[in-house]
Write a protein that binds this ligand. Structure first.
Ligand code: ADP
Length: 476
C-alpha cells in the first residue's frame, strides 16, 4: 500500500507519482511504500497550514489543550502498535521502542497542561498615564524536520508545544522512518483537529524544504538532525528571517572521577551509550576515566558489555539492534579502523556481525588508549563504540571535555557534591548528567551549546520557542 500525504484534515494523493520504499534495517526487507510530495503539493500543504492557523490560533488555550489530551489518550491506547512499527523501521529493541512511545507521549501530556499557562505581563510604567502590557502570541506556521533515531518522540517534542502555543504544524519525518509518523497521524485524524492544524509530508527533504524556505507564511523551522544540515537550514531561513530551533550533533564526554561509585558509573555508561545502539545525539561518545580507577572501571564495563545481546529488536533480551543503514555502518567501521591504525587497543568487540548482507549489526565495542588525533575523538561516531581516555586532574578532564565545537550533553560521576557542582558549572554543555546517564524528561530543557544547536525543547522553555512577544503601550 502506498501511504498518502496528510493535509486539510485528510489523507490526500500527491500531484506526482514518486514514492520510496521503507526498509527494515534488521533484515533489509521492504516494509512499505510512501508517497513523495512534489513542490506543488508542498505549496498546498502550506496553504492548508495557513487556514489551520487561522482557526487554531483563535481557539481558547483550554480548547487546544483538550485536543492534545485526547491525542495523548489515543497514543496510550495504541502504544504497542506504534512501538511495533517503530522497531520494524528503526531497528531498536521493542521494549526500548515502547519506552520511546511513553517518552514521546509525555510531551503531549505535559503541553496539554502547560498550554494553559502562557501568561503575559503588566510592567509598571514610568509615566502615570501609560500602561505597559506584554502578551505572548503564536509565531505562526511551524515546519518540523525530524530524524530517524527517535521517529516518534522527535515529532511530539516539537508538535506538542507548537500546538499548545497556538501554531499550526507541518512535519516532515525522516525518509528512513516515516511509518511511525503515518501511524501517529492516523491517531491525529481520529482526534479530529480542525483541518490544516496538523499536517504531514513525506518527501525529498531538500526539494520540499526549499519551498518552505521561500514561503514567508512559514514563520518557524524546528529541526533535529545533523549539524551539517542544521547549518544549511540556518542559512536558508535567513532570507525570510524565520525563527529557527536546532537540535544537532553532540560529542558527549562521560567523566568517571576517582571518587565515583564505579558500579553506578558502569550502569550510566551502558544506559547513555547503547540506547538505540549508540545512534543518539546525547550518547556518550568518549569516556574520560581517572587513572586511579581506570582498571576497575574498565574491568566492570567490559563484563557488562559482554552481556549485551545483539539482534532483531523483536527477539527476547536483545539490547542492541542494527545500524540504520550502510552510510551509518561505514562511518562507525571507519572510526574503529582509524583508531586501530593509530594505536588504539580493542578491549572488546570491533567487528560486524555478518548474519545478513542487507543488515548491519556491530558488536558493542570498547577501545582503550584512544588519543586526540583519532577520528572518534573529533567527530560523533553514532554507534556502539566506547573510546577510553585517562586523566589525572579535574582541570585536565574538563579541558578535554570542552575541547570540541559541540556542546549538547555531558555526563560525570563523583560522590562529592562540591566537586559535582564545580564540574557541572565548568562544562560547556546544555545538558549535564551528574551521576546519571539518562537525563531526558518532558519537563526539562533539552538542547545544546555551541554547534550543537539553538533553542530548547521540553518544559516551559520549549513552548517559548513557538511564541512571539508583543508589547502593547497604552496611554490613558
Ligand atoms: P542523518 O544523517 O542522521 O540522517 P540528517 O540531518 O541528514 O541526519 O537528517 C535529519 C532530517 O533532516 C531528516 O528528516 C532528513 O530528511 C532531513 N534533511 C536532510 N537533508 C536536508 C536538507 N538539505 N534540507 C532539509 N532537510 C534535510
Amino acid at each position: 500500500m502506498k501511504h498518502l500525504l496528510y493535509y486539510n484534515g485528510n489523507w490526500l494523493e500527491s500531484d506526482g507519482n514518486d514514492s520510496i520504499s521503507v526498509l527494515n534495517p534488521a533484515n533489509g526487507e521492504i516494509l512499505d511504500q510512501i508517497t513523495y510530495a512534489t513542490a506543488t503539493d508542498m505549496e498546498k500543504i502550506i496553504m492548508s497550514a495557513d487556514k489551520g492557523f487561522e482557526i487554531w490560533s483563535n481557539l481558547t488555550a483550554e480548547e487546544r489543550c483538550d485536543y492534545l489530551e485526547r491525542l495523548y489518550d489515543l497514543v496510550m491506547a495504541e502504544k504497542e502498535d506504534l512501538a511495533r512499527i517503530l522497531t520494524k523501521e528503526n531497528g531498536k529493541p521493542y521494549p526500548e521502542a515502547l519506552g520511546e512511545i511513553y517518552y514521546g507521549a509525555s510531551f503531549l501530556k505535559w503541553y496539554s497542561e502547560e498550554g494553559k499557562r502562557i501568561n503575559g505581563e503588566i510592567i509598571p510604567a514610568s509615566q502615570v498615564n501609560k500602561r505597559i502590557l506584554v502578551r505572548k502570541q503564536p509565531v505562526g506556521i511551524v515546519y518540523g524536520i525530524t530524524p530517524w533515531n527517535f521517529p516518534f518522540a522527535m515529532i511530539t517534542r516539537k508538535l506538542a508545544p507548537a500546538l499548545a502555543a497556538g501554531c499550526s504544524f507541518i512535519v516532515k519525518p525522516s525518509e528512513e522512518t516515516p511509518l511511525t509518523a503515518i501511524k501517529f497521524f492516523e491517531l491525529v485524524h481520529r482526534v479530529g483537529f480542525p483541518p490544516g492544524v496538523v499536517n504531514c509530508v513525506t518527501a525529498d527533504a531538500k526539494k520540499i524544504t526549499e519551498v518552505v524556505m521561500n514561503s514567508s507564511k512559514v514563520r518557524k523551522i524546528t529541526f533535529t538532525g545533523s549539524t551539517q544540515v542544521g547549518k544549511l537550514l540556518m542559512k536558508q531561513a535567513a532570507d525570510t528571517v524565520k525563527q529557527i530551533s536546532l537540535e544537532l550533533g553532540g560529542h558527549a564526554p562521560f567523566i568517571v572521577f576517582e571518587d565515583a561509585d564505579i558500579d553506578k558509573a558502569v550502569e550510566g555508561t551502558i544506559a547513555s551509550k547503547f540506547r538505540n545502539c549508540g545512534q543518539v545525539c546525547i550518547a556518550t561518545n568518549r569516556v574520560l576515566v581517572h587513572e586511579k580507577v581506570k582498571d576497575i572501571y574498565l574491568r566492570k564495563l567490559t563484563e557488562a558489555v559482554l552481556k549485551l545481546k545483539i539482534g532483531d529488536g523483536f527477539e527476547d533480551q536483545v539490547k542492541l539492534g542494527p545500524i540504520i543503514n550502510h552510510k551509518g555502518f561505514e562511518k562507525i567501521m571507519d572510526h574503529i579502523e582509524d583508531a586501530k591504525a593509530k594505536g588504539g587497543n580493542i578491549v572488546v568487540g570491533g567487528r560486524r556481525i555478518d548474519s545478513n548482507p542487507s543488515s548491519y549489526f556491530i558488536e558493542p565495542t570498547i577501545i582503550d588508549r584512544v588519543t586526540e588525533e583519532m577520528k572518534m575523538l573529533q567527530e560523533e561516531t553514532f554507534g556502539p563504540v566506547i573510546p577510553i581516555i585517562t586523566f589525572k586532574s579535574d582541570e585536565e578532564a574538563i579541558n578535554i571535555a570542552n575541547n570540541t565545537p559541540y556542546g549538547l550533553a555531558a555526563y560525570f560521576f563523583t560522590e562529592s557534591v562540591s566537586r559535582g557542582f564545580r564540574v557541572s558549572e565548568k562544562l560547556d554543555y546544555g545538558i549535564v548528567g551528574f551521576n546519571t546517564g539518562s537525563p531526558s524528561t518532558a519537563q526539562a530543557p533539552f538542547g545544546g551549546f555551541k554547534e550543537s544547536g539553538l533553542g530548547r525543547e521540553g518544559g516551559h522553555f520549549g513552548i517559548e520557542e513557538f511564541l512571539e512577544t508583543k508589547y502593547v503601550c497604552l496611554e490613558i
